[in-house]
Design a protein around this ligand. Structure first.
Ligand code: AMP
Length: 338
């Protein structure tokens, strides 16, 4: 039950003079930040002791607490699904949670805004943080545990968490070209989180296709045993890929932004009959003509991320793009052939 629904229920119980069952979503975190009491300030039903609470989602801030819970779940024969995020969650992220739940896993989500993958400190500062909303969303989508560590918990002084991998061209093209260093930071934190959680399955979105490709390469190079699951991109009704950045779009730019996915769809349909280089040039023109500022529009092999020229050149082809809509940088992609 949602926390706010539960609070309404408590209020109703109070009016009807019914004693409600002590089944409530609660967590260390929500108690600390006061969600529970802020949401139902007039309820006389305070919770006498933690042992009376039926906890439906755990929130951990410490590695050791999370690991103790994971060990207990494993001892009961459960398998663990893991979805790393940076918070400011929306329905796109929830697809990862739902897919893990559907696979029968106990689901762990992490919320950690990783400082090492931001090349601009202002971006890190501006990154939206909505922990209360995130917790409710995760709870309502069947997440079992949320890991919300501090920077010191992930990068403890004295512990070397760096990984020394050569991603070849994978982290140099497309996003890697425009955001140097970004993928090294991303791979380091994903590796650190995998080392902490030790999940059976790792859930990541197709939305960040290059990120997922690099994580797949890291898993291969390091012989990690985790299964990587690619979750489809969740979109708004007009095709715009869901992103926390969409909220920052002006009304004008929000109206234009669906052109990104329309152009990707056009490219996917056209590759069977035209050369990729010609499509890329026209796609950039289409995005510009719509009022966007595209950085790249690339048609690549889905594993090597090397350019593909013709439909026959690869069995797995993806078109990827990044474009500014006003000040907001949006990325999207489409699987052309798989
Ligand atoms: P982020 O919090 O932006 O680092 O994203 C965390 C995870 O959610 C990544 O694996 C993303 O690819 C995934 N994700 C973000 N947006 C979407 C979306 N619209 N549809 C599906 N997955 C998404």
């Amino acid at each position: 039950m949602r926390l706010d629904t539960f609070c309404k229920y408590l209020k109703m119980c109070e009016l009807e003079n019914i004693i409600p069952p002590l089944t409530v979503f609660v967590s260390q975190y929500s108690k600390e930040i006061g969600i529970q009491y802020a949401s139902c300030p007039s309820s006389p039903h305070t919770f006498a002791s933690e042992s009376q609470l039926y906890i439906t989602m755990h929130i951990f801030k410490k590695v050791s607490d999370l690991q103790a819970w994971v060990a207990q779940e494993r001892a009961e024969g459960k398998r663990i699904g893991f979805a790393p995020t940076m918070g400011a969650l929306h329905d796109g992220h929830m697809e990862l949670i739902r897919m893990s739940g559907l696979a029968g896993h106990r689901t762990v989500a992490s919320i950690f805004v990783n400082p090492t993958q931001f090349n601009d400190p202002k971006d890190l500062e501006k990154y939206p943080r909505t922990p209360e909303k995130d917790i409710l969303l995760l709870h309502d989508n069947g997440c079992d545990a949320v890991f919300m560590p501090s920077v010191e918990e992930i990068y403890p002084p004295g512990l070397d968490v760096s990984i020394d991998l050569d991603f070849r061209q994978l982290d140099e093209v497309m996003e890697g070209f425009f955001r140097p260093g970004h993928f090294k930071g991303m791979a380091t934190v994903v590796h650190r989180l995998l080392d902490i959680v030790r999940p059976d399955s790792l859930y990541m979105g197709q939305k960040d296709f290059q990120q997922l490709t690099i994580v797949r390469d890291m898993i291969r190079q390091m012989h990690l045993t985790v299964e990587l699951v690619m979750c489809p991109t969740m979109r708004e009704a007009d095709g715009l890929a869901m992103s926390s950045r969409n909220l920052r779009l002006s009304a004008d730019m929000r109206a234009i932004a669906p052109v990104i996915f329309q152009t990707l769809q056009w490219a996917a349909e056209t590759l069977q009959t035209h050369m990729a280089s010609a499509i890329q040039t026209e796609a950039m023109q289409r995005l510009e003509a719509a009022g966007l500022r595209p950085e790249y529009f690339d048609i690549v092999d889905g594993i090597s991320l090397l350019p593909v020229e013709r439909w026959e050149d690869s069995t797995f082809i993806v078109a990827c793009t990044a474009a500014f809509a006003g000040e907001v940088r949006l990325i999207d992609n489409i699987v052309v052939k798989s």
